[in-house]
Design a protein around this ligand. Structure first.
Ligand code: E4P
Length: 217
C-alpha cells in the first residue's frame, strides 16, 4: 500500500520524505489555508520534495473553470495530480484531463456508486473519506470494501486512495482490505512507527548493553 501524507506543511513533508517511505502528498483548500502560504508556490515546493503524485485541488465548480485551473496546476510540475470534486462537472473534467494524460484524483467520495462513476471517468485515484463518513454514523471502512469489490469485479485501474484517515486502525483496515493508497496527517503516520513494547525493549537492551562496558567500533 502506498503512503501519502495529507498536509501542505513542507517541513513535515521533507521530514517524512527523508524516511524513504513517502509515496506522495495530498492537499486541499483547507490545508492550504492552514499553511498560510500561496497555493501555487507551496504546490511547487512540495512537488520538488517528493517524486510521487502531489494532489492540488481546483476550486472552480464548472467544467470550463476547472479545465482552466487544471491547466495552470499542470504547468507547475510533472508530478502534479489535479484534484476535482465528485460532481457531474468534476467527472467531466476528470475524463477530459485523464484523456489528455494528466493524473486526476477525484475527491469527496462518500458512496460506492460515486466511486464507480469516477472509475468510468478514468480517474487515476478515487478518494473516499472514511473519517468524515464515520463522523455521520456510517462505516467508512465498509465503503472501502465495497469499492474494492466493485473495482476488482470489473478490473478498473483507478487506485483506491483512502482519505480522511484519523487513526492507525484506519490504516490497518485499509491494508487488510487491499486499498492501493492511504493518505493521513503527519501525526497519524508517525503513530504507525510507535509501540510501547518497542520503546520498553530498547530501554532494556540499552541498560544491559551499558553494563557490558563495551562500544561498537
Ligand atoms: C484527502 O485528500 C483530504 O485532503 C483529506 O484526507 C480530508 O481529511 P479530513 O476529513 O480529516 O479533513
Amino acid at each position: 500500500m502506498k503512503f501519502f501524507v495529507d498536509t501542505a506543511d513542507t517541513k513535515e513533508i521533507a521530514d517524512l520524505a527523508a524516511t524513504g517511505l513517502l509515496d506522495g502528498v495530498t492537499t486541499n483548500p483547507s490545508l492550504i489555508h492552514k499553511s498560510g502560504r500561496k497555493f501555487l508556490e507551496v504546490v511547487e515546493e512540495i512537488c520538488g520534495l517528493v517524486e510521487g503524485p502531489v494532489s492540488a485541488e481546483v476550486v472552480a465548480l464548472d467544467h470550463e473553470g476547472m479545465m482552466k485551473e487544471a491547466a495552470i496546476l499542470r504547468k507547475i510540475a510533472d508530478n502534479v495530480c489535479v484534484k476535482v470534486p465528485l460532481t457531474v462537472d468534476g467527472l467531466k473534467t476528470c475524463k477530459a484531463l485523464t484523456g489528455d494524460g494528466a493524473m486526476v484524483n477525484v475527491t469527496l467520495c462518500f458512496s460506492a456508486n460515486q466511486a464507480l462513476l469516477a472509475a468510468k471517468a478514468g480517474a487515476t485515484f478515487i478518494s473516499p473519506f472514511v473519517g468524515r463518513h464515520d463522523d455521520v454514523g456510517f462505516d467508512g471502512m465498509e465503503l472501502i470494501s465495497d469499492i474494492r469489490l466493485i473495482y476488482d469485479n470489473y478490473g478498473f485501474d483507478t487506485e483506491i486512495l483512502v482519505a480522511s484517515v484519523r487513526h492507525p486502525i484506519h490504516v490497518l483496515q485499509s491494508a487488510k482490505i487491499g486499498a492501493d493508497v492511504m493518505t493521513a496527517p503527519p501525526a497519524v503516520i508517525r503513530q504507525l512507527f510507535k509501540h510501547p513494547l518497542t520503546d520498553n525493549g530498547i530501554a532494556a537492551f540499552l541498560a544491559d548493553w551499558q553494563k557490558t562496558g563495551q562500544a561498537i567500533g
